[in-house]
Design a protein around this ligand. Structure first.
Ligand code: SAM
Ligand code: SF4
Length: 328
């Protein structure tokens, strides 16, 4: 599938649920209202929809959320998608908060998952509770241990938060690299209404990067994992550190991805409101022809890029839907 700007769309992120067992301050308000269950696609419907994308040329899938591992019976989806590996699909991955990894790490490997991203913003138990509101650091660290034992390759995603985990980033890099994990730093994006002040949370990575240069020797690499991260190699640890800077840089020109919500809505850009309904054509017929046509029509509308800006005066998000709907 080629979009109007000649970008080949080969990567689909699927948010399998908008529900979560955490309430991270930058992601959701504490009393979040979730989608009615009747609007949510069944796991069989999600599998069929993913199959349609694979038939149209998508070869990498990432399951995300909300927290994907809290969806009931989600392993049956991993199992059915895993069976597509080598049959159009080359990679099946997961982004998780790690709370359920101790339970599922072995089974994920058994389904063909090789790499996972674990979101972890601090190694301080009190700060962890403050950021996630409901999370328990020791459970997540136990999950990471289980994932490593199961031989999953792990990337730690850290959202940089001004005055909260800012000082801890060097020690987190040492911890992650010491355990053989890649790490990526992410700027907060103005998505969804949260109970917190965005401008207070926002820490530009350009600033953080110059602070890190006092601790580490960082050499830019040309490594690309098909995503928006730009990487450096850190001489002192030998590990890789990525930077995702949606607000200060534009990473759109090489964008290869689209995002599907658990209700079958396809977002062609994380930073735009335009979307296409695929649940209608999916449920209208057992034949995939209409679905293929709806996917083609949506890809033809993929915008050139996002225009995230924080509405600082009104503290309004640039994009009204929360990150938990599309999974980041
Ligand atoms: N629950 C899973 C997790 O936390 O990894 C998967 C979904 S979560 C929405 C995916 C990623 O988006 C996480 O790394 C999270 O930190 C990040 N995220 C959520 N809200 C964000 C925001 N407003 N700005 C930047 N990153 C955000
Ligand atoms: Fe849940 Fe992930 Fe959002 Fe945190 S970032 S509230 S873990 S979906």
């Amino acid at each position: 599938m080629l979009d109007p700007f000649g970008r080949s769309i080969t990567y689909l992120r699927v948010s399998v649920t908008d529900r979560c067992d955490f309430r991270c301050v930058y992601c959701m308000p504490e009393h979040m209202s979730f989608l009615p269950k009747k609007d949510v696609l069944t796991l069989e419907e999600l599998d069929r929809l993913c199959g349609a994308f694979i038939a149209k040329g998508v070869d990498r899938l990432r399951l995300t959320g909300g927290e994907p591992l809290v969806r009931r019976n989600v392993m049956s989806l991993f199992r059915s998608l895993g069976a597509r590996l080598g049959n159009g699909l080359s990679e099946l991955t997961l982004t998780t908060n790690g709370s359920q990894l101790a339970r599922f790490a072995d089974e994920l490997v058994d389904c063909g998952v090789k790499r996972i991203n674990v979101s972890l913003d601090t190694l301080d138990a009190d700060k962890f509770r403050a950021i996630t509101r409901w999370g328990d650091l020791s459970v997540v660290l136990g999950g990471i241990d289980a994932a490593q034992k199961a031989r999953l390759s792990i990337k730690i995603n850290v959202v940089a938060l001004r005055g909260i985990n800012e000082d801890e980033i060097p020690s987190m890099i040492e911890w992650a690299h010491g355990r053989g994990f890649d790490m990526t730093l992410i700027e907060t994006m103005p998505m969804g209404d949260v109970d917190a002040d965005r401008t207070e949370q926002y820490l530009p990575l350009s600033l953080l990067r110059s602070q890190l240069a006092r601790h580490f020797t960082m050499t830019p690499t040309l490594d690309r994992t098909g995503g928006p991260a730009r990487y450096v190699r850190i001489q002192e640890t030998g590990g890789r550190l990525g930077f995702i800077t949606p607000l200060t840089h534009n990473f759109c020109e090489s964008c290869n991805r689209v995002r599907l919500t658990c209700t079958g809505t396809l977002y062609m850009c994380l930073g735009q409101e335009d979307a296409a309904d695929l649940r209608g054509p999916l449920r209208a017929s057992a034949d995939d022809a209409d679905l293929y046509a709806a996917i083609d029509e949506a890809i033809a509308r993929k915008p050139k890029g996002h225009d995230f800006i924080i509405d600082r005066r009104h503290n309004r998000p640039a994009v009204a839907r929360p990150m938990s709907l599309t999974g980041g």
